[in-house]
Write a new protein. Structure first.
Ligand code: F6P
Length: 552
């Protein structure tokens, strides 16, 4: 990214020509018919070269790409200096320019492999040791609550990156969970969230984990204060807070001000972005649920993917390939969204997690240099676990008017092989069938043949599937904990590569600020109608309606 817009690169213009020349007409069925080697040409197998074994097959052949397109997309990545920016990230250069920060989530799972000079990187292992010690104390029962009972419930209070990662990963790794340790996650400022959670807790046996990088986030601090009040209503003595509240934060002053002792604080650093923080102390709830050893395996799985991203030529580099193909749909086909479709119940929060991961990172309309882009940036991320999605939104994906890139994800082995894996085989038959249907569709002739000569034209037409729908398959293999680490890192780096090509800063989130400021102003005006000032007529009307109708 050299002060240019992505659309200025010669390869971008070449891609536009390729699209105009044939891609508006291309069909996958023809591409497969013309080339019997298409699957082997466009699929890549990932085998980790460091840490525990992870293998993964990423089949890119059911995408609307040809060899010239892929070559040109990789040319674009080179022109945008993806490799140079990747190396800058790993070296700890301040690539988050607006906040003048390094971007070093990779340092959290590095285990002294890459040399990283940034201050704090050398403190990572001490924090991991602290997490290990604490996790083992709680899980073994050595850590006692204020009445001498062991902890059997944890409540993580955090929002955004301080919530979504722990929620997603504790679900993804549930097979390894300590089943007699209940884990709850409170994020929403809606009092219902904390109230319903506290109903499930006993103050004598509950540990609250206050997770906030800044320790100033309104939702988190308000929920934490409510939890502390609820706890003290039973415990009475503030000294007992030390046994039941710990903090995950970069802000020591605010943490100690809240009443949590520094020894119960797990540090991280400003170079850990909120949405990239599950690998840091923010992952404490994960470590508590699955055990420290498994948490470390998760980190090692991610590190293996970091190594792959750092060292593999672009042609075989999975995050790069997924990024450029995503960009091809986003910027040339005009696709607006990307659906993440894990055929794995344990990954049912995967799309929720990457809504923040991708959209907060790449939802930007100006480049790092302040120029307005003249192309689309980050896609809208959505999705649900298969096969549930098939019974809700797949109709539109198959026969609607939109082109929706889809990432199908599945593990080869189930943790629950009930009835000799009957369920898993049915699940996977759907996992294989849906992309096949998307790619090859069904022609009018085929439908006519099936229905016979007496079928009405309307019925025939309603059963036609276009042949241009697309899918990609990253498939994670067991064992799950390392695979999950690798899978998350794969998407993190995909987001990074796209951000570099679009020339945007993927590591700030200025767009969330304005709403927070306005809410603060409105909060001070909610008491009396005469205080409501400085708004448009719609906002004023809504607030007045609320003031007139509330029952408190
Ligand atoms: O929504 C904005 C944001 O800053 C996210 O980037 C972050 O993950 C979240 O709020 C929570 O922030 P904190 O960890 O500082 O409470």
């Amino acid at each position: 990214m050299s002060g240019k817009l992505a659309s200025d690169y010669p390869s971008w213009k070449k891609l536009q020509q390729l699209y105009d020349a044939e891609h508006s007409k291309i069909v996958l069925k023809d591409l497969f018919a013309q080339d019997p080697q298409r699957f082997s040409k466009f699929s890549r197998e990932y085998n980790s070269t460091s840490g525990p074994d992870v293998t993964m097959l990423v089949d890119l052949s059911k995408n609307l790409i040809t060899e010239p397109v892929l070559e040109t997309l990789l040319e674009l990545a080179r022109e945008a200096k993806v490799e140079e920016y990747r190396d800058k990230m790993f070296a700890g250069e301040h690539i988050n320019t607006s906040e003048d920060r390094a971007v070093l989530h990779v340092a959290l799972r590095n285990f002294n492999d890459f040399k990283i000079a940034e201050s704090g990187a050398d403190e990572v292992s001490a924090v991991l040791d602290h997490m290990k010690e604490f996790t083992e104390a709680v899980r073994s029962g050595a850590w006692k609550g204020y009445t001498g009972k062991t902890i059997n419930t944890i409540v993580n209070i955090g929002i955004g990156g301080s919530d979504l990662g722990p929620v997603m990963v504790t679900e993804a790794l549930k097979p390894y969970a300590k089943r007699d340790l209940a884990a709850h996650f409170v994020s929403n400022i809606d009092g219902t969230h904390i109230a319903e959670t506290l109903r499930l807790c006993d103050p004598e046996t509950t540990l609250f984990i206050i997770a906030s990088k800044t320790f100033t986030t309104q939702e988190t601090i308000t929920n934490a204060e409510t939890a502390r009040g609820w706890f003290l209503a039973s415990a009475k003595d503030k000294a007992h807070v030390a046994k039941h509240f710990v903090a995950l934060s970069t802000n020591t002053k605010a943490v100690t001000g809240f009443g949590i002792h520094e020894s119960n604080m797990f540090q991280f650093w400003d170079w850990v972005g909120g949405r990239y923080s599950l690998w840091s102390a923010i992952g404490l709830s994960i470590a508590l649920v699955i055990g420290y050893e498994n948490f470390e395996q998760l980190l090692k799985g991610a590190h293996g993917m970091d190594k792959h991203f750092k060292e593999t030529p672009l042609e075989d580099n999975l995050p790069v390939l997924m990024a450029v193909i995503g960009l091809w749909y986003n910027d040339f086909y005009g696709s607006q969204t990307l659906a993440l479709l894990p055929y794995d119940q344990y990954l049912h929060k995967f799309a929720d997690y990457f809504q923040q991961g991708d959209m907060e990172s790449n939802g930007k309309f100006v480049t790092k240099n302040g120029q307005r882009v003249n192309y689309q940036t980050g896609p809208i991320i959505w999705g649900a676990s298969g096969t549930n999605g098939q019974h809700s939104f797949y109709q539109l994906v198959h026969q609607g008017t939109k082109l929706i890139p889809t990432d199908f994800i599945a593990p080869t082995t189930s943790h629950n092989p009930i009835e000799h894996s009957k369920h898993h085989r049915i699940l996977l038959s759907n996992f294989f069938a849906q992309p096949e249907a998307l790619a090859f569709g069904k022609t009018e002739e085929e439908v006519k043949r099936e229905l016979g000569p007496n079928a009405s034209e309307a019925l025939v037409k309603s059963k036609v599937f276009q042949k241009r729908k697309v899918s990609r398959h990253p498939r994670a293999y067991s064992p799950l904990f390392v695979s999950v680490g690798a899978l998350i890192a794969l998407y993190e780096h995909k987001i990074f590569v796209q951000g570099v090509i679009w020339g945007i800063n993927s590591f700030d989130q200025m767009g969330v600020e304005l709403g927070k400021v306005l809410a603060k102003n409105i909060l001070a005006q909610l008491e009396k109608p005469e205080d409501v000032k400085g708004h448009d007529s719609s906002t004023t009307g809504l607030i007045h309606y609320y003031q007139k109708n509330r029952k408190e």
